[in-house]
Design a protein around this ligand. Structure first.
Ligand code: AMP
Length: 176
């Protein structure tokens, strides 16, 4: 990915103050989704860190990870697996609970969605504290799959989320 591409993506992200609650500066990626060239560029950049390695499945994290992850899976011609918030997946699931700033959340995966030995790339739009991503990593590891990496469009480096993901390669397209 060259710096001009990164600059174009960075310029398109809209900062929204105090959303969804006071004190949060929300990174809105919908301007990227709404522009065909930028959407394609974002998906290509997310793939860069895989360095051409063979990928068997893309795992996308609820909810914006579905948008980029599904586009990437389609681009590669490989399967897409959703990691969803608790209670949304219809078949038998495994879950991992994790702490939020206030309270707890849980994400789930279908028990048969990823097979032992499959090479998996995990996708989400943004790495903040890393709690959600760490839970997704634990779910995929529990399936016996090999995690090639976890890729984010945006990393909020000041929150140190990367430290929660010590066992897997982590890459991000844009850092703030
Ligand atoms: P975390 O578990 O703290 O790393 O939070 C990551 C999840 O929350 C991602 O799925 C993001 O979509 C969302 N998120 C957290 N902080 C922000 C933010 N400042 N702007 C946009 N999305 C965010």
């Amino acid at each position: 990915m060259n710096s001009a591409s990164v600059d174009r993506l960075r310029a398109a992200i809209r900062d929204v103050s105090d959303f969804p609650k006071p004190g949060i500066l929300f990174k809105d990626i919908t301007p990227i989704l709404g522009d065909g060239a930028l959407f394609r560029l974002a998906v290509e950049c997310l793939l860069d860190g895989a360095d051409g390695r063979k990928i068997d499945k893309i795992v996308g994290i609820d909810a914006r990870g579905f948008i980029f992850g599904a586009a990437l899976a389609h681009h590669l011609g490989v399967g897409f697996v959703p990691v969803r918030k608790k209670g949304k997946l219809p078949h038998s699931t495994r879950g991992v609970a994790y702490a939020l700033e206030y309270g707890e959340a849980e994400v789930e995966i279908h028990i048969d969605a990823v097979q032992p030995g499959e090479k998996v790339l995990i996708i989400d739009d943004l790495l903040a504290t890393g709690g959600t991503a760490a839970a997704a990593v634990e779910l995929v590891q529990g399936s016996g799959a090999e995690i090639l990496g976890i890729a984010f469009l945006i990393e909020l480096t000041f929150l140190g989320g990367r430290a929660r993901l010590p066992e897997v390669p982590v890459w991000s397209v844009l850092s703030f």
